[in-house]
Ligand binder design. Structure first.
Ligand SMILES: [Zn+2]
Length: 77
C-alpha cells in the first residue's frame, strides 16, 4: 500500500512538473512570437494605407452603423 501511494505521489509530481514546463514554454513562445507578429501587422497596416485610401469610419450614435466620416448618412432605423 505504501509503494502504491509512493508511485501515485511520484506520478503527481511528474504531472505537475510537466504541466509547469508546458505553461512555462508556452509563455516563452508567446512572448517570443508577439514581437515579430506586431511588426508584421504594422507592415501590413502600412502597405494597406499606401495602397488604398483610408476612410475613417465613424459609428452612428443613433443606429450604430459605421459610415465614412463626413459622408451623408441617413438612418434607416
Ligand atoms: Zn445612423
Amino acid at each position: 500500500m505504501l509503494s502504491f501511494s509512493k508511485i501515485l505521489f511520484t506520478a503527481l509530481i511528474v504531472v505537475v512538473v510537466w504541466q509547469g514546463f508546458k505553461l512555462f514554454n508556452r509563455a516563452k513562445q508567446v512572448s517570443a512570437q508577439e514581437q515579430p507578429k506586431q511588426t508584421r501587422h504594422a507592415k501590413q497596416a502600412k502597405s494597406q494605407k499606401h495602397e488604398a485610401v483610408a476612410h475613417d469610419l465613424v459609428k452612428c450614435p443613433k443606429c450604430g452603423v459605421y459610415h465614412a466620416d463626413g459622408s451623408a448618412h441617413v438612418c434607416d432605423r
